[in-house]
Ligand binder design. Structure first.
Ligand code: 13P
Length: 263
């Protein structure tokens, strides 16, 4: 079985000094946690100070951008392109639900961002997810919600050539399960497995089994060290995109340890 991928999306939580402390703690502690691939996504402005503070980093630890702009250079105030980030990050989060909601990103822009990442050697982490629960208590799917998530997936991934599918990670993040602190609103591993299985079916219908099996699927939404084991024990869930818990050093390191043990 291949290593799990654990991505820490620091969102807009840590200041520069918080970020440097987190980055140095993770660098030191992750040396001892092998058998897991870890990606840290700090706020864009802190990427370069982190790279400079690290000098060397463990091979299994990489950096990600939380967002990129698709054009290489030009009059795009406030944006940073995949081209500009290409030697700084190895991964980029693309189409996060918070960007879809607050920055009006649509599938077309996400497609362009995917293309730019792949063009410049950045591995995209394509986020997809429904706003409302799509499986009811009887196990029936809400076709509308499923079709919206399928569109996000197929339009995003169509930016990749099929022999590039091994560079694409799909982060299934049900929007209703993000930053949820009451267990009733957190997605279960069983729910996640059912959705991932449907999405894989759609991928196979469109692109065939060979390329589709190269795409990695991870889960995101209120993952902590208390819930990680339940998700990671399923081989179909190949990792996690962690938000709030990724800026709590000890909790995140525990998630990485659990991932290493279940790989
Ligand atoms: P939380 O782990 O805080 O729910 O965030 C999930 C997420 O959006 C990661 O990208």
């Amino acid at each position: 079985m291949s290593s799990k991928l654990v991505v820490g999306n620091w969102k807009m939580y840590p200041t520069l000094s918080d970020s440097l402390i987190l980055a140095s703690t993770f660098k030191r502690s992750l040396e001892d946690i092998q058998g897991v691939e870890v990606v840290l996504a700090p706020p864009t402005a802190w990427l370069v100070p982190i790279v400079e503070s690290w000098r060397h980093k463990p091979q299994h630890v990489s950096l990600a951008a939380q967002n990129v702009w698709p054009n290489d250079q030009g009059a795009y105030t406030g944006e940073v392109s995949a081209y500009m980030l290409k030697n700084i990050v190895q991964y980029a989060i693309v189409g996060h639900s918070e960007r879809r909601a607050y920055a009006g990103e649509d599938n077309d822009l996400v497609h362009q961002k995917m293309q730019a990442c792949l063009q410049w050697g950045i591995k995209p982490i394509l986020c997809v997810g429904e706003n409302k629960k799509m499986i009811d208590a009887q196990g029936n799917f809400d076709d509308y919600q499923l079709s919206k998530v399928t569109e996000q997936l197929l339009e995003g991934i169509a930016a990749a050539k099929q022999d590039n599918f091994d560079k694409v990670t799909v982060a299934y993040e049900p929007v209703w399960a993000i930053s949820a602190n009451q267990s009733a609103t957190v997605a279960t591993p069983e729910y996640t497995l059912q959705v991932i299985s449907k999405l894989k079916e759609r991928l196979i219908e469109k692109f065939g089994a060979g390329p589709s099996q190269l795409v990695r699927f991870i889960y995101g939404g209120s993952i902590t060290s208390s819930t990680a084991t339940d998700f990671f024990r399923h081989p179909e869930i190949e990792g996690a995109l962690v938000g709030g818990a990724s800026v709590k050093a000890q909790d995140f390191l525990k998630v990485c340890q659990i991932a290493a043990k279940t790989s």
